[in-house]
Write a protein that binds this ligand. Structure first.
Ligand SMILES: Cc1cc2nc3c(=O)[nH]c(=O)nc-3n(C[C@H](O)[C@H](O)[C@H](O)COP(=O)(O)OP(=O)(O)OC[C@H]3O[C@@H](n4cnc5c(N)ncnc54)[C@H](O)[C@@H]3O)c2cc1C
Length: 470
């Protein structure tokens, strides 16, 4: 039996698992997919927001501002990509400039430091390609960009190193009370007994709440993106002034110097991450407000993520009123990524546990061959020849790194891609995919046909006999 069972291995569940591992408690995390970071945490804008946008007094404002302040130290401890780039919210009319003043005031009330309104000429200094329509901008020095995959894997690996157990392919589908503890059963009959269950199931958190007799009213909002190849023309996220119609689209760099335009905001009754055919045209039209011109030459792909919103629009964090076994961390829409470190701290502190003296906060990421100097590359190959075998040519990823990613828990092509960027370049896996399937199959000692893209059933290869019937 465990003290805590965290349900859901997104950034929120993994951050909570790591934070709980700082205390004297036993923790298990169950995840329905084969790996962590398989949901919304793997499809978002990757911005560490300053915290000027959330309503004053909301949990979003509190956790965003506190969370953003933790990223510097956390990125040093956990070795994930994070850049404090600053960000700008541009205005293109007098009404929008007045709205910037509102955001400035709200930001100050929320406790955001270092934000100010800058003139068009200062905007141009920061981003020469800005649209002619732009008048001013709110400049937020404390904003940044983070690699959301690396962040989630870092939380997971450090939690694991500090004793948290991770169980994959566990689709939480039934709950039974059992005195002081409860029993959670997966769709395929696996069980986990724990005293407290923390619902961090993102898009699935409404269904998880129901297992405990609670009706969580959640809605969903899809965000679609166009992703472009590096180098990025922008050095920081460029937001449009939010209005009643929405937050507007962003043009934004990633920590790997790719860049994207997006997201859209499509309300849905049922969650779906399928990209609408019209999304690209809508995004290109909308972004004209921010940039003088944009070319599709460097477009790589499109993707979409799903925001889960509570009825109030704010995060819902705390013990459930319906079940003594359940603790909810749900409705974690944007700025959930930025807030994750602070949410996790709050959740763990709310149980009044004793601190461990042997918690190790340090985790090192996978050494990226492409980041090494020429001398470093030579030394790496001398030590391990597999560094000399470049599997992904677009992003320059070696076989040695892929083997290390598998050692750290990657079991499918998506897990390698999110850890190392294989298949994220211009060829989108055209060259490296067969080699990655081969390496996964060899290292995991399973057949190539059983290797999947992401979820069960997304196999690439079929035995000829599976294609025909008598
Ligand atoms: C378009 C978009 C842009 C965004 N941009 C930003 C941004 O720039 N900055 C920012 O701070 N935030 C941003 N966010 C918000 C941020 O991405 C989310 O708040 C965060 O990723 C939510 O994490 P999570 O762990 O709650 O959910 P998820 O990452 O979805 O994790 C939930 C996990 O639970 C698992 N699960 C579900 N049901 C079950 C079950 N029954 N049993 C077991 N496991 C289950 C899922 O497989 C999943 O892995 C954005 C979100 C979207 C959609």
């Amino acid at each position: 039996m465990y003290d805590f069972c965290v349900i859901g291995g997104g950034v929120i569940g993994c951050a909570i698992a790591r934070e709980l591992s700082k205390y004297e408690s036993s923790v298990v995390l169950v995840e329905k997919e084969m790996d962590v970071c398989a949901g919304t945490s793997g499809a978002n804008s990757g911005i560490v927001h300053g915290g000027f946008d959330a309503p004053v007094g909301s949990l979003m404002a509190k956790f965003n501002v506190e969370g953003a302040s933790l990223f510097d130290e956390l990125s040093r401890d956990l070795d994930f990509s994070y850049k404090k780039t600053g960000s700008m919210v541009i205005s293109t009319s007098d009404e929008e400039s007045a709205q910037l003043e509102v955001l400035l005031c709200r930001g100050k009330q929320n406790g955001v430091k270092s934000l100010r309104i800058i003139s068009r000429s200062e905007v141009i200094e920061k981003f020469p390609g800005v649209s002619e329509k732009v008048k001013q901008a709110l400049y937020v020095e404390n904003s940044g960009i983070v690699n959301p995959f690396e962040l989630t894997y870092a939380f997971k690996e450090n939690a694991e190193a500090n004793g948290v157990k991770f169980i994959f392919d566990f689709f939480a589908s039934e709950f039974k009370e059992n005195g002081e503890s409860g029993l959670l059963t997966s769709a395929d009959g696996k069980t986990v007994e724990a005293k407290c269950f923390i619902n961090a199931a993102g898009v699935g958190s409404g269904s998880v709440s129901k297992l405990f007799g609670e009706e969580a009213k959640l809605t969903y909002r899809k965000g679609e993106y166009i992703l472009f190849d590096h180098p990025s023309p922008v050095a920081m996220p460029i937001f449009q002034t939010p209005s009643e119609k929405g937050k507007g689209v962003l043009i934004c760099p990633t920590t790997s110097d790719n860049w994207f335009v997006g997201p859209t905001a499509i309300n849905m009754d049922e969650p779906s991450s399928r990209i609408r055919r019209s999304a690209e045209d809508e995004l290109l039209e909308a972004v004209k407000k921010s940039v003088s011109s944009i070319s599709l030459d460097k477009k790589i792909t499109s993707f979409a993520g799903i925001r889960t919103l509570s009825k109030s629009g704010d995060f819902v964090i705390g013990k459930s009123k319906a079940s003594k076994y359940l603790y909810n961390v749900i409705g974690i829409c944007s700025p959930g990524l930025s807030s994750a470190p602070a949410i996790a701290k709050y959740v763990a502190e709310s149980f009044n546990l004793n601190r461990r003296t042997d918690f190790n906060p340090i985790r090192t990421g996978i050494v990226k061959f492409s980041h090494l100097t020429s001398e470093g590359k030579k030394l790496a190959i001398e030590k391990n020849k597999k560094y000399g075998n470049i599997v992904c040519r677009c992003e320059v990823v070696s076989e040695a790194e892929i083997i290390e990613a598998i050692r750290r828990g990657a079991r499918n092509v998506d897990g390698i891609k999110k850890r190392l960027r294989t298949g994220m370049g211009r060829c989108q896996g055209g060259f490296c995919l067969p080699r990655i399937i081969e390496i996964l199959s060899r290292e995991l000692d399973v057949s190539p046909e059983s290797i999947v893209r992401k979820e069960r059933g997304s196999n690439y290869l079929f035995k000829p006999e599976a294609m025909y019937e008598d």
